[in-house]
Design a protein around this ligand. Sequence first.
Ligand code: FES
Ligand code: FES
Length: 167
Amino acid sequence: MDGDIELRVDGRRRRLRVDTRTTLLDALRDGVGATAPKKGCDHGQCGACTVLLDGRRVITCLALAVAHDGAEVVTAAGLARGDRLHPVQEAFLERDALQCGFCTPGQVCSAVGVLDEVAAGHPSAVTADLTGPVELTDDEIRERMSGNLCRCGAYVTIVDAVRDGAR
Ligand code: FES
Ligand code: FES
């Protein structure tokens, strides 16, 4: 069964018809042509398909497109403001926090989500003090970014980049 949905993707309004079983990832990549989110595992295990959905990071291979009619989607390709990269993107470049780059769009979107979650005071499994503002330690970064795998193993510089992006 098909359904019509409308998404705002990286600032552009897009209407598309999707099968009710279509994932948001397939709707973005095949329906809209937004190829920044990558299909790594298609099983919710790698984080390569992460985008910001209505401001929160979401794994799009586990989301059904029809459930998000009217949503605002920001992919890694939509984070920049014109020629100005998002500070997290700048930090990934400066820290050389990638090798093949396949996981990077998901890493960057996830990192932006992490910084928003920390700023909002959301605790993680490793947050020691639940009474005050969350301190963005390297352990916090590792824990919060643990859903984003990197087959090239660029984890050390990814942590550096997220820390820099927060500044
Ligand atoms: S492709 Fe979605 S988590 Fe791997
Ligand atoms: S840079 Fe290659 S998978 Fe992460």
